[in-house]
Design a binder for this molecule. Structure first.
Ligand code: URA
Length: 291
């Protein structure tokens, strides 16, 4: 019995590692009902059907609560995807025309230039209010975020919440989004083309939120928005400047370890904690107009 459990756990872990971590259907089939129908219409009642009868009676239990809303992503592109250059140009002009976060979200929902939207379950736009003083930007949604349509709700998000709380910052007072608004299949690293095509939307996202400080969570986010190939170990621990466009007011930016990395490497939490305290200190300065 024990080894059967272990085998099943191994099999499940193997599915997850292979990227098969999603249920395919959107509604759970009620197998009790299916069994009851089979049991109710036997050509010749058998001893097996008689044994099954008490199981079938369980279908009289109250129905399960309704499944979550059906995913918003279309299943396949209506036409072949545009080449990345054309998609990026399109993204720039569409994003520039968005006057607020509601419009930007609608524009992303309608944008067909990134193949990830066809494999993702939900658009993961952002969490928070325009005008939040701190804006956290991660890499891309994972399985939990894809399912819920909200960034940083899985294990990495729980750790982010804890770190915010410990530094006296509440999640409800910050804005959170990602470099990519759709989950790459199996949580693979985003490709350069995916990042380039989606970047105009993120740049507009930052302009519309207007944070006082940007927190770039992980190497992909930091490298993309600071325009460098330096790794996170070089980028963290000091202040940078992010400029949305030539001549725009620079926004102080801090690169921090990704919380998913901290879950795997707890020895680095101390440095992450120092980063968080420095961000809070600078936020105090910005709020009191000392900068
Ligand atoms: N990791 C990210 O970078 N973003 C999320 O939203 C969740 C995990």
């Amino acid at each position: 019995m024990m080894s059967e459990h272990l085998d099943l756990a191994d099999l499940l872990a193997w599915y997850v590692q292979s990227g098969a971590d999603e249920a395919i259907g959107t509604a759970a089939p009620n197998r009790y009902v299916a069994r009851k129908e089979v049991a109710a219409t036997p050509a010749f009642p058998t001893q097996e059907a008689a044994v099954r009868a008490p199981i079938a009676a369980k279908s009289e239990l109250p129905p399960r609560p309704a499944a979550k809303p059906v995913p918003t992503a279309p299943l396949a592109p209506a036409a072949p995807l545009p080449p990345p250059d054309a998609a990026t140009r399109d993204a720039k002009s569409v994003a520039a025309a968005c006057a607020d976060l509601v419009g930007l979200r609608a524009a992303l929902e309608a944008f067909e230039g990134c193949a990830l939207r066809y494999t993702a379950t939900n658009l993961v736009f952002g969490d928070g209010q325009a005008g939040a003083p701190l804006m956290f930007i991660g890499e891309a949604p994972g399985a939990d975020e894809d399912r819920e349509g909200v960034p940083f709700v899985g294990a990495a998000g729980q750790l982010l919440n804890k770190m915010l709380g410990a530094a006296g910052l509440d999640r409800s007072g910050v804005y959170i989004t990602n470099i990519l608004p759709w989950r790459p299949p199996g949580n693979r690293t985003p490709t350069p083309n995916e990042v380039t095509v989606c970047l105009p939307f993120l740049r507009r996202h930052i302009e519309l939120v207007k944070p006082k400080i940007l927190v770039l969570v992980g190497g992909t986010s930091a490298g993309t928005l600071l325009g460098t190939s330096d790794g996170i170990n070089r980028l963290r621990g000091r202040w940078h400047s992010y400029r949305s466009a030539e001549g725009a007011k620079p926004i102080p930016a801090r690169a921090v370890f990704h919380t998913a990395y901290l879950l795997r490497t707890p020895a680095r939490k101390r440095e992450a904690w120092q980063d968080m305290l420095e961000i809070r200190r600078r936020l105090g300065d910005e709020a009191s107009g000392q900068r």
